[in-house]
Design a binder for this molecule. Structure first.
Ligand code: PLP
Length: 380
C-alpha cells in the first residue's frame, strides 16, 4: 500500500514541472549570477525572469522582492531588520501575536535580550487575533507589529488588513508571515499594505531552502546577512539560482491552480470530517469559518497525540503533532495553549494537512485507519 501524506503544512513534494525548470540551472546555466561575463549573465537572466514573474503575481515591484533561504530567514530578517531600523526613532516596543511561527517568536526573544519590550497579542478561543486588542497595545513607541496571515497549526486566517491599518496609524511597521497562506490564497501587497511579507517555496510544491522577503519600497530595514552586493546590497551570498527559478515557477503554477485546488481541498476536508464524525469525542480546534481549507486540527479525547501519530505512521499515514519544528522535543503547542485549550486537550490534538494531490479514496482510508487506531488506543 502507498503511504498517505497528510502533512502538507510542514512541507510539500516538489512539482515535477518545477524540477524540469530548475535542472538546467544546476548544469548548463551554472554561472554566478553576479559575474559580468556571459556565463553569469545567463544565470542572472533566469533570476530576473523569476523576479518579474513574482512581482507581477504578488502585485509588487521587482525592487521590493528579496530572495532568501526560506520562511525562517525571511521571518528573522523582517523582525530583526525591521525593528532595529526603527530604534533610530526611539521605538522600542515590539508586538507579536502569541501564535506566530517559531521563526518569528524566537526573533522576538532575541530582540527582548537586546532590550526591546516584547508584547504578545492574544488570540480568542477560535485562534484569531482581535484587532481591538491590538489597538489597545500599539502606541507611538511601537516599532513593529507581527501578525501572521494564516496559522500553520490550525489554518485560522488572521485579520491582517485591519491589524496593518492599526499599526500604521501609530507609525509602526507591519510584518506578516504569509508562509502558510501563500499556497492557498493570492498575496497582494497593494491590498494588504504590509511593509514586510515573508513566504517560502516548499509550502507550494517548490524547492526547500528558498523564500522571499517582500520589503515595501521606502521601508527601512537593516540587513541580516552581509557579504557581497547581491540583492541590491541587502542580502549577501551567491544567488541560489536553481532555487530562485524554481520558487517563481512553483508560485506561478500553484497560482494558476489555486481556486481549483481550494475547491478540492474544501471537498476533501469536509469528507474527512464526515467520515470521522462517527467517532466519539472528536472535535475540531480553531475557527473553521475563517480557516484555510487544507488544515484540520483535531482533538481526540482520551488519546495521546504522539501515540496517535506513531500508530498512524505504522499504518502508513503521515500526520503531525503541533508544528514540525518543535515535534522532536514534543513541547505542548503554544498555539493551542494560546487559544485556551487545557494541557490535556493540547496533548490530545493532532494536525492533518491536506494537499492538492490527495484523493477521496485516500481520505476515506485515512478515516478508517484513524478510527481503528483510536479504538485500539482507547482500549489500552
Ligand atoms: C513553514 C513555515 C515557516 C518556515 O519556513 P521555512 O522555509 O521552512 O524556513 C515559517 N512560518 C510559517 C507560518 C510556516 O508555516
Amino acid at each position: 500500500m502507498e503511504r498517505i501524506y497528510l502533512d502538507h503544512a510542514s512541507t510539500t513534494p516538489l512539482d515535477s514541472r518545477v524540477l524540469e525548470t530548475m535542472l538546467p540551472y544546476f548544469t548548463k546555466v551554472y554561472g554566478n549570477a553576479d559575474s559580468p561575463h556571459q556565463t553569469g549573465r545567463r544565470a542572472m537572466s533566469g533570476v530576473d525572469d523569476a523576479r518579474d514573474t513574482l512581482a507581477r503575481l504578488i502585485n509588487a515591484k521587482q525592487s521590493e522582492i528579496y530572495f532568501t533561504s526560506g520562511g525562517t530567514e525571511s521571518g528573522n530578517w523582517a523582525m530583526l531588520g525591521g525593528v532595529r531600523a526603527k530604534r533610530k526613532e526611539n521605538r522600542t516596543r515590539v508586538i507579536v501575536s502569541a501564535i506566530e511561527h517559531h521563526a518569528v517568536l524566537s526573533s522576538a526573544q532575541r530582540l527582548e535580550q537586546d532590550g526591546f519590550e516584547v508584547v504578545y497579542l492574544p488570540v480568542n478561543d477560535g485562534g484569531r487575533v482581535e484587532p481591538n486588542e491590538l489597538k489597545a497595545l500599539v502606541n507611538e513607541r511601537t516599532a513593529l507589529v507581527a501578525v501572521m496571515s494564516a496559522n500553520n497549526e490550525t489554518g485560522v486566517l488572521q485579520p491582517i488588513e485591519e491589524c496593518c491599518e492599526i499599526a500604521h496609524e501609530q507609525g509602526a511597521l507591519f510584518f506578516t508571515d504569509a508562509t502558510q497562506l501563500a499556497p492557498y490564497m493570492p498575496i497582494d501587497t497593494k491590498k494588504w499594505n504590509a511593509d514586510l511579507i515573508a513566504f517560502s517555496a516548499h509550502k507550494f510544491y517548490g524547492p526547500k531552502g528558498a523564500g522571499v522577503l517582500y520589503i515595501k519600497s521606502g521601508t527601512k530595514a537593516e540587513k541580516l546577512i552581509s557579504g557581497g552586493e547581491q540583492e541590491r546590497g541587502m542580502r549577501g551570498g551567491t544567488l541560489n539560482v536553481p532555487s530562485i527559478v524554481g520558487l517563481a515557477k512553483a508560485y506561478e503554477l500553484n497560482y494558476a491552480q489555486m481556486e481549483q485546488n481550494g475547491e478540492k481541498l474544501c471537498r476533501l476536508s469536509k469528507l474527512l470530517m464526515q467520515e470521522l464524525a462517527q467517532m466519539q469525542g472528536i472535535t475540531r480546534n480553531g475557527d473553521s469559518e475563517n480557516a484555510l481549507p487544507s488544515i484540520l486540527n483535531l482533538r481526540v479525547e482520551g488519546v495521546e497525540n504522539t501515540a496517535l501519530l506513531y500508530n498512524m505512521d505504522l499504518q502508513g499515514v503521515s500526520i503531525a503533532v503541533g508544528s514540525a519544528c518543535s515535534s522532536a522535543s514534543v513541547k505542548p503547542s503554544h498555539v493551542l495553549t494560546a487559544m485556551g485549550l487545557s494541557e490535556k486537550a493540547v496533548k490530545e490534538s493532532v494536525r492533518l494537512s491536506l494537499g492538492k494531490d490527495n484523493t477521496e479514496e485516500e481520505i476515506i482510508r485515512v478515516a478508517r485507519i484513524m478510527r481503528e487506531v483510536v479504538e485500539r488506543l482507547k482500549k489500552n
